[in-house]
Design a protein around this ligand. Structure first.
Ligand SMILES: Nc1ncnc2c1ncn2[C@@H]1O[C@H](COP(=O)(O)OP(=O)(O)OP(=O)(O)O)[C@@H](O)[C@H]1O
Ligand SMILES: [Mg+2]
Length: 629
């Protein structure tokens, strides 16, 4: 059975030509050593605690039913033996049947009924437990995911883990049932084995010897299956991406016009062919190894059965005992096999849970200190970047290199720079979605890491360039900015007026109750610029002390943009705001402009000053102005 690592090394290259970009840093699949397999079992206690928390009363009820069900087979065999021996004795010696005879027959009926009832109840409780556990895990995953850092979300490895955790949380319900069945099978096997042992220890030994190799093989392949599944996660994510891409509203226009349909299907097919070959290959190898071993198990069963028949013929055993033994051997050998199979199933499933538990173990690095101070209201001294350097985790590029600037409480600051210079990144640092690599960001003289995070976020309203379009109603889309105001239609409306979203909403059939987007029935989609106005309304609803707009007007037409900015300038007059835009004609409304270039603040000042200086701002402005002439 030496089917370890090598046969699966081909599996690492799961995504054809494009595998190299996935491989660096990709987690190594678990090795196939027994030690590691058993380590997976360590996952069972924490998972069991979750199961218990999700539905304690169901767990207890199910356990009781399983206890009853596990002892019924022995009871039925014992009763059968009694009945057959009594009848045999009656037939041979024509003596009266024992007085209890019919009561024992009734007991057999009672036992069979109990087995039937407990079986149905177990099914019922398993179903209920499965529902409750899935719900419990899904909610816990959502809750936990919402606490994690943005870094986690921007990391592909994290996505693989999250995907596996999601699937596992809902799929591993089979493991719960296996765990219950395992205990049940153990009790049944132990009770039957004990009774076989009383007749003949050798029969028991022969049975165990014939069944163990099959168990080892089952476990081995269960582990290989896990290993393969693990390696296939990146490929599966890619396949899922192509599948969604091939049928999504966002991609439909380009796919049609560029004729990309068959290209995507081809990509999908290549990946899935490869995965299928791996999975079927493993299943085939398993079949060839496990099948002969199953035959060995059968030989054990029939060998011992023949032995018992022989013992009966020579008069060592009664007919009732033969029936009992035959039933016990059949029951025990089926149950021993089942115990092993269930066990390897549990070990296999438990390994999958590693990802779920690892996901729960991921902790945010950006969080409030225990003695965090509340954010200042009003902000008196403003923000200050002091020697701020930053590189993204895992990237060697120093994106911000000793950045120094101030943002005063009543200042409208603009940030400009070419694509990829780090403007959005700077906003992520200011809002503590990431922490600086070195240096400090101060707010009123204190490091922003000293403030309570939720409190800090309350004071900042940001609309990112990739703002979200929620498939919810208009008022919900605005209330996202401050969800506790969801029912305050007055404030929602005034925010919509400030951002000029009101004009858009007026034209919608259901106005503020209009479902937006096109995912759900009855939804209405908006244009890019219309969505943008709604997003802006979110920022205005927020009532924050610092308002940040990261290219919020990219989809607006020139006239709308002018209006939006004029309003923004009016509304933020005397307030703190940060504006990022590529259109320098709008940026000139700012009190001060920072030019970000090669990781540093290359120039700063008012529009007129910067034009006079004749640096790169002046050059950019001249370029843009020239294109309008
Ligand atoms: N999560 C991330 N991990 C690694 N690198 C990133 C990440 N996000 C952005 N980058 C890189 O950091 C650089 C700066 O990105 P950023 O989005 O801050 O630029 P920007 O100035 O806002 O550009 P644009 O004008 O196009 O919006 C880019 O080169 C980008 O590839
Ligand atoms: Mg940006």
């Amino acid at each position: 059975m030496k089917t370890t690592g090598n046969e699966l090394t081909g599996a690492t290259d799961t995504d054809g030509n494009h595998s190299t970009e996935q491989q660096p840093g990709f987690e190594q699949p678990p090795s196939s050593r027994w030690h590691d397999r058993l380590k997976g079992l360590g996952n069972i206690p924490p998972v069991f605690r979750m199961v218990w928390k999700s539905a304690p009363s169901v767990v207890v009820s199910s356990a009781l039913c399983r206890l009853v069900a596990s002892l019924v087979p022995l009871g039925i065999l014992a009763v059968t033996k009694y009945v057959i021996d009594s009848i045999n004795h009656f037939a041979r010696h024509e003596s009266a049947l024992p007085r209890m005879f019919w009561w024992v027959v009734a007991l057999e009926f009672a036992l069979a009924t109990m087995a039937m009832i407990s079986g149905r109840l177990i099914d019922f409780f398993d179903r209920v437990l499965s529902e409750k556990f899935t719900r419990y895990i899904s909610i816990r995953i959502m809750e936990h995911a919402s606490k994690l850092d943005l870094t986690s979300y921007e990391d592909p490895q994290f996505h693989d883990k999250l995907e596996r955790a999601r699937v596992q949380g809902t799929d591993r319900i089979g493991m719960l049932q296996s765990m219950g069945r395992f205990v049940q099978e153990i009790i049944t096997t132990a009770s039957l084995a004990a009774s076989i042992f009383l007749f003949s220890p050798w029969i028991l030994i022969a049975l165990v010897v014939c069944v163990v190799p099959g168990f080892l093989a089952e476990t081995h392949y269960a582990f290989m299956g896990y290993s393969l599944n693990f390696q296939q996660t990146p490929a599966r994510r890619k396949m899922e991406y192509f599948r969604v891409l091939g049928g999504s509203k966002e991609s439909a226009k380009e796919l049609k016009l560029f004729g990309l349909g068959s290209f995507l299907v081809g990509r999908y097919r290549t990946l899935s062919d490869k995965m299928q070959a791996q999975t079927v290959g493993l299943a085939t190898r398993k079949l060839f190894v496990v099948l002969p071993l199953a035959v060995l198990g059968g030989i054990g069963y029939y060998g011992t059965y023949a032995f018992a028949i022989h013992q009966t013929i020579i008069g060592v055993l009664t007919l009732g005992s033969l029936m009992f033994l035959a039933g016990a051997i059949a029951g025990a050998s089926a149950n021993i096999q089942a115990v092993f199979t269930t066990f390897s199933g549990i070990a296999d499933q438990a390994l999958f849970l590693t990802d779920l538990l690892e996901f729960f173990a991921v902790q945010p690095k950006v969080f409030s200190k225990p003695n965090a101070i509340p954010a200042p209201r009003p902000i008196r001294a403003g923000f200050e970047f002091k020697n701020v350097c930053f590189s993204y985790p895992g990237s060697s590029r120093v994106l911000l290199d000793n950045v120094n600037f101030r943002l005063d409480p009543s200042e409208r600051l603009a940030l400009v720079g070419k694509n990829g210079q780090g403007k959005t990144t700077l906003v992520k640092l200011l809002t503590r979605l990431y922490d600086v690599s070195s240096g400090q960001i101060l707010l009123d003289g204190n490091d922003i890491r000293d403030y309570n995070l939720d409190d800090l976020w309350k004071e900042i309203g940001v609309i990112f360039q990739d703002f979200m379009r929620y498939e919810m109603t208009t008022s919900e889309n605005i209330a996202i900015g401050r969800i506790d105001q969801l029912n305050n239609s007055f404030r929602i409306r005034s925010a919509a007026m400030k951002s000029q979203a009101e004009e858009v909403i007026k034209k919608l059939p259901h106005r503020y109750d209009q479902l937006l987007g096109s995912h759900f029935k009855g939804g209405m989609d908006l244009s890019g610029g219309e969505w943008q106005r709604l997003a802006l309304a979110r920022a205005y609803l927020r009532d924050a002390q610092l308002l940040i707009l990261d290219e919020p007007t990219a989809s607006l037409d020139a006239r709308s943009e002018h209006e939006v900015f004029k309003r923004f300038a009016e509304l933020t007059e005397g307030k703190m705001s940060l504006l990022i835009s590529h259109r320098l004609s709008t940026v000139r409304m700012a009190d001060r402009i920072l030019v970000l270039e090669n990781g540093r603040i290359a120039e700063q000042g008012h529009h007129d000053q910067l034009i006079k200086t004749g640096g790169s701002y002046a050059e950019m402005f001249e370029l843009q102005a020239a294109s309008y002439r």
